[in-house]
Design a protein around this ligand. Structure first.
Ligand code: NAP
Length: 259
């Protein structure tokens, strides 16, 4: 399908690996030029080179911590006017509710709620002026179905979801479309880390931990960054212009519900 976004320019945050990279690759495949961010230079440059070589798009890299004010300023300065924004950052660490202090919540809120909000605040006005824009926030399936050990993530992402619900409807009249993509379990470094948590907690092998987690997924596999990226590129397409303020699960059917 031609997504109608060839020649547009996208900022993809936290995009050198995992889900962010899946989104960046799917946009590059659709002909979108990229501003690609992550903290580590090596994986970032390798990802950028791979996408330039494979898809022939322009890729600017900005190595910076997107969750810090300085890092965001650097990224935004390099990005300039972008048509598409994909917000993402590493997720908060797992833990147990009695152990979380105010500072733990502040860190999680900063990374997974206030960072995407700051990026939208900076970039939505330009999109509104130009009469076209797309924002996809990578959140989590935990927004719909809380994950006990990820209480910091449950909390921060719920806050972002509330913000998007209201804001998406205020910018839609200007041709600017905001939606959230909710990953279930995908095969990335993050999933490896969470597998390791299950291995430790239950004293089982990696294979047993993955089998246990896959048993809860009707598709009986973890998602891939490419699965996730395809959904992201569609939400950034011309065709998605009437999908406003939604929360789309990409989870292989793991969330069991009729609606
Ligand atoms: P990942 O494989 O660990 O990849 C993280 C990517 O983000 C890397 O490119 C990393 O590069 C970059 N990054 C991390 N923190 C950053 C920061 N502060 N500033 C800039 N770049 C940063 O993670 P993932 O699995 O793709 O997950 C992406 C998001 O989806 C996370 O918030 C995660 O909690 C959420 N999620 C994932 C799953 C899953 O199953 N994978 C499920 C639900 C939710 P550097 O380290 O070099 O910065």
């Amino acid at each position: 399908m031609d997504l109608g976004i060839r020649g547009k320019r996208a900022l993809v945050c936290a995009g050198s690996k995992g889900l962010g990279r899946g989104c960046a690759e799917a946009l590059a495949e659709a002909g979108v030029d990229l501003v690609l961010n992550a903290r580590g230079t090596e994986a970032l440059e390798a990802a950028a080179t791979a996408m330039r070589d494979r898809f022939g798009v322009d890729v600017i890299t900005v190595a910076a911590d997107i969750t810090s004010p300085e890092g965001r300023a650097e990224v935004l300065a390099a990005a300039g006017a972008v048509d598409i924004l994909v917000t993402n950052a590493g997720g908060p660490p797992p833990g147990h509710w009695p152990d979380w202090e105010r500072e733990d919540f502040i860190r999680a809120l900063d990374a997974n709620m206030l960072t995407p909000i700051a990026l939208m605040k900076a970039l939505l006005p330009g999109m509104i002026d130009r009469g076209w824009g797309r924002v996809v926030n990578i959140t989590s399936a935990s927004v719909k179905s809380p994950i006990g050990v990820l209480g910091l993530s449950n909390s921060a992402r719920a806050g972002l979801t509330g913000y998007v619900a209201g804001t998406a409807r205020q910018v839609a009249p200007h041709g600017v479309i905001i939606n959230n993509l909710l990953p279930g379990i995908h095969d990335t470094d993050r999933a490896e880390a969470l597998d390791a948590g299950v291995m430790k907690a239950e004293n089982i092998t990696r294979e047993a931990a993955r089998a246990q987690r896959m048993a809860g997924i009707p598709a009986r596999r973890y998602g891939s960054p490419a699965d996730f990226g395809a959904a992201c590129a569609f939400l950034c397409s011309q065709q998605a212009a009437f999908i406003v303020g939604q929360n789309l699960l990409v989870d292989g059917g793991a969330f069991n519900s009729t609606l």
